[in-house]
Design a binder for this molecule. Structure first.
Ligand SMILES: Nc1ncnc2c1ncn2[C@@H]1O[C@H](COP(=O)(O)OP(=O)(O)OP(=O)(O)O)[C@@H](O)[C@H]1O
Length: 260
């Protein structure tokens, strides 16, 4: 399988504090990479670098064989642990907002046929995440799980090739998490995504990922804790393969409890 993303000798330093050092990673197209590691190791920093929110102080990142554009682009979508939806917009409004900003940066508004196409795309994506019946409600009327579904749909509507997930299910109840695991697995397969997910849940890392990376420091200086940065200390390829889904098996369970 070809490499979609290649990180070569990535360092992130804040003054004399080294957060990441010598990170070398090749990420295959279609893989689902789980990233685990101790708190403060630099997992979110690594995601921000891949997203383009932050530039590495050293090293290079290649996307499809070309240098990664320095700014966040539509090829990379992201979902954070805390709901990144706009409270003053309906579900459909949240979906359209991203498209309007991308497709009509000056007006931030789509008109006529463009708007109708955008609404159709947004509704299809809402169906895919199990929110087809919720287009006219506001985030305050949704459970945490539903808001996270909306955040995932917002990220996917721009058709990213890489989906970055930073503790996406960390704030959800266990039952809802299980539903979300099913959903993300289905979306990964149906949309041929490459996913990089940070999680604190080792079980989740192994059950969802095709590869599990541990980010941690290889060396420590007790007198200067920030002298050395973290890197990929374990890198496990799993044999997990997604089975093709049977026709008609497109159902998605939606939590409507509103209590998480
Ligand atoms: N802008 C910044 N300036 C200085 N230090 C920073 C900055 N951003 C992050 N850090 C430091 O980088 C280190 C890694 O932070 P990061 O959030 O990436 O860790 P993490 O592994 O995701 O942690 P957690 O699992 O607790 O979310 C932390 O020590 C943090 O304080």
């Amino acid at each position: 399988m070809s490499n979609l993303l290649s990180l070569q000798n990535i360092w992130v330093e804040y003054g004399d504090k080294v957060v990441l050092e010598r990170v070398n990673l090749d990420i295959a197209t279609g893989s689902f990479v789980s990233i685990v590691g101790p708190s403060g190791a630099g997992k979110s920093t690594l995601l921000r670098v891949i997203l383009g929110q932050e530039a590495p102080t050293r090293g290079q990142i290649w996307l499809d064989g070309a240098p990664l554009p320095p700014e966040c682009g539509p090829d990379r979508g992201v979902v954070f642990q805390r709901y990144s939806v706009f409270p003053h917009l309906t579900v459909l409004g949240n979906m359209l907002f991203g498209l309007e900003c991308a497709q009509s940066p000056f007006l931030s508004r789509l008109l006529g046929a463009h708007r109708r196409t955008a609404i159709a795309e947004a509704e299809a994506m809402l169906d895919a995440v199990g929110l087809g019946d919720s287009r006219d409600i506001y985030p305050a009327q949704m459970s945490g799980g539903m808001q996270q579904r909306l955040a995932i749909a917002q990220a996917l509507i721009k058709r990213p090739r890489i989906l970055l997930l930073d503790e996406p299910f960390g704030a959800l109840d266990p039952g809802i998490r299980a539903d979300m695991h099913g959903l993300i697995t289905r979306l990964w397969r149906d949309y041929a995504l490459t996913i990089i997910m940070v999680t604190h849940d080792i079980k989740e890392a192994f059950s969802l990922g095709t590869r599990v990376l541990t980010i941690d420091k290889r060396r420590r200086d007790p007198h200067a804790p920030h002298r050395y940065g973290a890197t990929a200390v374990y890198d496990l390829e799993l044999s997990r393969k997604i089975q093709p889904v049977a026709d008609g098996d497109k159902s998605i369970t939606v939590d409507v409890s509103g209590n998480n």
